[in-house]
Design a protein around this ligand. Structure first.
Ligand code: GLN
Length: 518
């Protein structure tokens, strides 16, 4: 019985004892291209006499959990995978996801749903171990692989929360970097203006070391990714940010890292749908940060939050509909030979796409094609872009640091709902980080998720999409939750996700603060 189903393909176990060249195991979401590495590992020189390199195992496919790409092998490897191999990663397999990253529970997969059991987390024994819970999505397989120890680190992609949500559900750490920091070359695009590659691990430390530690990934521009920030832009963005990482947050005892750090609790995140256990845990964390660590926690307002989800679900499908046009059975994707034959009418394109895509992907393509059509464009796509600017401005307003990519902006709000016009309702207090839940609920039962309407599923992303729309770094770390009033133990790992969001390119401080909070 495949209860967890978190891998789509697995690399063969190494025949020898792990060599010193490998310092950690890596699982890679199956929308990230992998090839077989050269049989000898170039990273470190073996200390003993060299043994002949073992024969290369067959390459793993890159399926995106789509029927269309079931047999697809990439001719090249994603930069991020190569970078991690160079830092000691041994690839253990490709993980399950929602097709092309579209979904929140890793159920829309040609490989079948991924799932977690309560035993995969910390609260084993307190719940029925046979029950299957949502692993979150779309990087659900990566989160389960890390939670159950199959990998030390996993790669995911986060377009609207797909690293953070599964991390929250599975009780692990999930980090989404600033947009443009980590290379997306070799990552199958979903929505280009939102896509990022993120990392999952059981603790913050390993992620921090890989991304912002000495020789970290953050500094590496990739000329093959047009959205990768140039060297010059990286230097400019880093100005004003290094102080914290190197100084305040790098020195002294853990408590010292958080002393004086200002956290904002966005009032708009306290929604009616928020599970009371998560609300309590959120408040308890805020109190602990103030009382034990000497941080300051203040309420802040991000008024456009309630529009962010709707804007996201216009923008992401619009970009997806354009991105997925290349899957037609000619350029990419399995050809539907029956449809291509004359007897069937010769409609190769429609036949291949009809068979090749799953229902959720088709839904997104239809949505996106509609909102980009001439009669709907102004009402949907253009409005959503306006909301996106307001979301970004909300963030710029509450952060003490400026956004190095945008000067402080002024907006005309006339065309939008009056109620989202800005007033400095909560005063001019400016903060270093935002502190909020990652998701409104704990991991739901898989059964319930399978019967959900698409719109209900989209609701799970309500707290993660704002940072995506603004391109900001965000991390989900486990936060313990207590049993509810009726005494029912929390589902899943016994934790919920606590999300920390930072200003653009403030990733180093974000990771050091997240390490101290967790
Ligand atoms: N659940 C969101 C969606 O379906 C986010 C997906 C993602 O980040 N890849 O679009």
């Amino acid at each position: 019985r495949r209860l967890l189903n978190h891998f789509i393909s697995k690399a063969p176990e190494p025949t020898d004892e792990p060599t010193p060249a490998f310092s950690f195991t890596l699982a890679v979401k199956d929308n990230i291209a992998t090839t077989t590495p050269p049989a000898s590992t170039p990273t470190t020189t073996p200390t003993t006499t060299p043994t002949p390199p073992p024969p290369s195992p067959p390459p793993l496919p890159t399926t995106c959990a789509s029927p269309f790409l079931a047999a697809y092998h990439s001719p090249f490897e994603a930069t991020i995978v190569t970078q991690l191999r160079a830092r000691g990663a041994r690839l253990v397999g490709k993980t399950n996801l929602d097709e092309f990253g579209m979904g929140s529970h890793s159920t829309f997969s040609a490989a079948g749903a991924a799932a977690q059991t309560p035993a995969a987390g910390a609260a084993a024994g307190t719940q029925d171990p046979a029950v299957r819970l949502s692993a979150g999505g779309s990087s659900g397989g990566s989160a389960v692989a890390v939670a159950d120890g199959a990998a030390d680190v996993a790669l995911g992609t986060d377009t609207g929360g797909s690293v953070r949500l599964p991390a929250a559900y599975c009780g692990v750490v999930g980090f989404k970097p600033s947009y443009g920091m980590l290379s997306r070359f070799g990552v199958v695009p979903y929505a280009n203006s939102l896509d990022t590659v993120g990392l999952l691990a059981r603790g913050v430390g390993r992620i921090r070391e890989l991304v912002v530690g000495p020789g970290g990934l953050w500094s590496e521009h990739d000329a093959r990714d047009p959205t990768s920030l140039s060297e010059a832009a990286r230097r400019r963005c880093a100005r004003g940010r290094e102080g914290y990482a190197a100084g305040r947050a790098g020195e002294g005892p853990v408590g010292g890292v958080l002393r004086g750090v200002r956290f904002g609790m966005p009032l708009e995140y306290n929604i009616a749908e928020l599970d009371p256990r998560i609300r309590d845990a959120w408040a308890a964390t805020a109190k602990r940060l103030q009382d034990e660590f000497g941080a300051r926690v203040v309420p802040v307002s991000l008024p456009t939050t309630r529009h962010a989800l709707a804007a996201y679900y216009v923008i992401a499908p619009a970009e997806a509909s354009s991105n997925l046009a290349k899957y037609d059975g000619v350029r990419y994707g399995a050809r539907d030979e029956d449809a291509a034959s004359d007897a069937a009418g010769g409609v190769l394109y429609a036949g291949s796409r009809g068979r090749g895509f799953g229902d959720e992907v088709k839904r997104r393509i239809l949505l996106g094609s509609y909102t980009l059509s001439s009669e709907a464009m102004d009402n949907y796509f253009i409005q959503a872009q306006r909301v996106r600017r307001l979301v970004r401005r909300d963030f710029n307003r509450v952060f003490a640091l400026d956004n190095p990519l945008h000067e402080r902006e002024t907006f005309e709000l006339s065309e939008l709902d009056e109620s989202i016009a800005m007033e400095d309702k909560w005063g001019p207090e400016e903060v270093d980080f935002l502190l909020c839940p990652t998701a409104p609920t704990l991991a739901p039962k898989l059964e319930r998720v399978l019967n959900q309407t698409p719109v209900d599923a989209y609701m799970n992303d309500v707290f993660t999409v704002p940072a995506s729309l603004a391109g900001l770094p965000a991390i989900s770390i486990p936060m313990p939750v207590a049993s509810n009033a009726a005494g029912a133990m929390p589902e899943g790992p016994g934790t919920a996700g606590l999300q920390l969001i930072g200003q653009y390119w403030d990733d180093a401080r974000l990771l050091s603060v997240a390490g101290a909070v967790s």
